[in-house]
Unconditional design. Structure first.
Length: 297
């Protein structure tokens, strides 16, 4: 159990929970007031949701990758007092949370498993393709040299010479070796390179379709949030106008302010009804926009 004190507030933490509260004096000593106990995952998740709701995507992705909601890793490591006491306790209990570095969303993707596996797959494909090309080139060169040696022993050597026969056998062996490397190049190309290439293309198409779907959902969510903000602003404006009309109507009813004629009172009554109806309509629209935005999220 670790403990920190800030003023009259105390924070305690262990490996699984964070506790906090304030001490108050009483006739029998001290008592804990406004105490709370949060699981450690709930503590970090709360900071995560706060960052998301505030639109801090950089901090959000840092939390997603490292499990700790803070963007300036080096500053936190060098100046742990920047954090709240129970966050400091969390860092002390789990220092591995701050070992990773984050370079934004692109850095997260570069360090993610999907991106890493794709890069490894691409590199393996290039290596096997180059190995197949090298084997084919070596087989071609070796076959060319074998042909030259066989022609030389056939055209210029003595058929009964043992040395000539030895070189002839060496030429045949070179041709056999060339055929082995040619077969290896064919096997690498047909059984390794082509299947891996087909798999990579299929994965790329699948990933593109998913990315397209995600981008579409993200745009829809952004549109929903924009509509929600507009509905909120409109609801606030209409509600303010309604309150102004209601205040005028109340002043007239209580005999405060200037006296109005029957015609003016009728107009005011009609205006008040319209303001109330507009307020209800805008509130319902704002409520609907909030629901749509949350569902899209």
């Amino acid at each position: 159990m670790m403990a920190e004190r800030v003023g009259s507030k105390y924070y305690f933490s262990d490996e699984s929970h964070v506790y906090g509260g304030s001490l108050g004096s009483s006739t029998v000593g001290f008592s804990m007031r406004r105490s709370f106990s949060l699981p450690r995952w709930m503590d970090t998740m709360g900071a995560h949701l706060h960052a998301y709701n505030q639109g801090d995507s950089h901090r959000f992705y840092f939390f997603y990758y490292t499990g700790f909601p803070n963007t300036e890793t080096s500053k936190v490591i060098s100046q742990p007092t920047l954090l709240s006491p129970y966050k400091q306790a969390a860092v002390a209990a789990h220092p591995q949370l701050l070992k990773g570095k984050l370079l934004g969303l692109n850095g997260l993707l570069q360090r993610g498993r999907i991106r890493g596996r794709a890069l490894i797959h691409k590199e393996l494909l290039l290596i096997l393709q180059e190995r197949s090309d090298a084997e084919a080139a070596y087989a071609k060169s070796l076959s060319k040299l074998s042909g030259r040696l066989l022609r030389a022993t056939r055209d210029h050597g003595q058929a009964s010479s043992s040395v000539n026969n030895a070189w002839h056998f060496i030429g045949e062996d070179m041709e056999t070796t060339a055929e082995v490397h040619r077969s290896l190049a064919s096997v690498l190309s047909e059984e390794c390179v082509k299947p891996l290439k087909s798999f990579a293309e299929a994965q790329h198409r699948s990933r593109k379709s998913l990315e397209s779907s995600v981008d579409k959902r993200a745009r829809a969510h952004g549109d929903s949030r924009n509509y929600e903000a507009k509905a909120k602003s409109k609801s606030y404006s209409v509600c303010r106008d309604n309150e102004r009309v209601q205040d005028v109507a109340l002043d007239c009813k209580l005999g405060r302010g200037k006296n109005l004629s029957e015609k003016e009172l009728s107009k005011l009554h009609l205006k008040r009804k319209k303001a109330e109806e507009a307020t209800r309509k805008c509130d319902a629209e704002y409520y609907t926009s909030c629901l749509k935005a949350e569902r899209s999220r």
